[in-house]
Design a protein. Structure first.
Length: 240
């Protein structure tokens, strides 16, 4: 399948809503946390697959602002799993020239989790390979509200005028500042919604929903999604 992909028409930015870990585990009569553990392996393959293909940015929805409402033991497991992922993978990511960037408010994370995340960002900040965005304690509505408050404050202080408030300016106040918007958003598990993920940035993204749960996502499914993307007619509101 890889040979069929047109390298000249690759999505520059792929975003993934990694959904279905809990249901994957439940179908196997396992605790939900086993699904999250299995999902970590799928994440490793997704990063490598995108990097090998030449994708510029991969963004994954790791932990939303709404996920704090899950059972306490599951949230605790996810925080510890993130620590484990960073400690286990960061040297390999760094060796492969991957740049880690965090989207979201990490100030509310447990201290050890936050420190491991900050280490990963610092270690890889000068890398020039694929940029790996991890949306962590992220919610798109909260992101947009935060941007509006910052712009309002600067307007109040006379630093910007109302005429200067454009799409481009607002984009500069989002967590994705400096990034191109996602060309392709993939969601696993068959659910068909964005769930408060990159709402501003996804205005013209192509959306692809796959039936497989996230732990079953692999390089073949990634390539299939890219092939489907390449067969779409992207007009950005225009007509041919």
């Amino acid at each position: 399948m890889k040979g069929e992909i047109d390298r000249s028409k690759l999505p520059k930015h792929i975003a993934i809503i990694m959904d279905g870990n809990g249901r994957w585990a439940s179908k196997r009569a396992l605790p939900r946390v086993f699904g999250h553990k299995a999902g970590m392996e799928a994440l490793r393959e997704a990063v490598k697959g995108c990097s090998d293909l030449g994708v510029k940015i991969l963004t994954v929805y790791a932990f939303s602002t709404e996920n704090w409402n899950r059972p306490t033991d599951e949230v605790s497991f996810l925080m510890n799993l993130l620590i484990e992922y960073m400690r286990k993978e960061i040297n390999e990511l760094n060796k492969n020239n991957v740049k880690v960037k965090i989207l979201g408010d990490i100030s509310g994370l447990p201290k050890v989790t936050r420190e491991e995340v900050e280490k990963a960002v610092s270690l890889t900040e000068n890398n020039e390979g694929i940029q790996f965005n991890i949306a962590l304690n992220y919610g798109s509505r909260a992101e947009i509200i935060c941007a509006c408050k910052k712009i309002a404050e600067e307007f109040k202080e006379g630093k910007i005028s109302s005429e200067e408030i454009t799409e481009e300016l607002i984009s500069e106040y989002l967590f994705t500042k400096g990034d191109i918007d996602p060309d392709l958003i993939i969601r696993t598990s068959g659910e068909k919604r964005l769930s408060n993920f990159l709402l501003w940035q996804s205005a013209y993204s192509e959306l692809i929903f796959v039936e497989e749960m996230w732990p079953d996502f692999n390089k073949q499914l990634l390539e299939r999604a890219i092939l489907e993307y390449q067969n779409r007619d992207r007009r950005f509101g225009l007509v041919k």
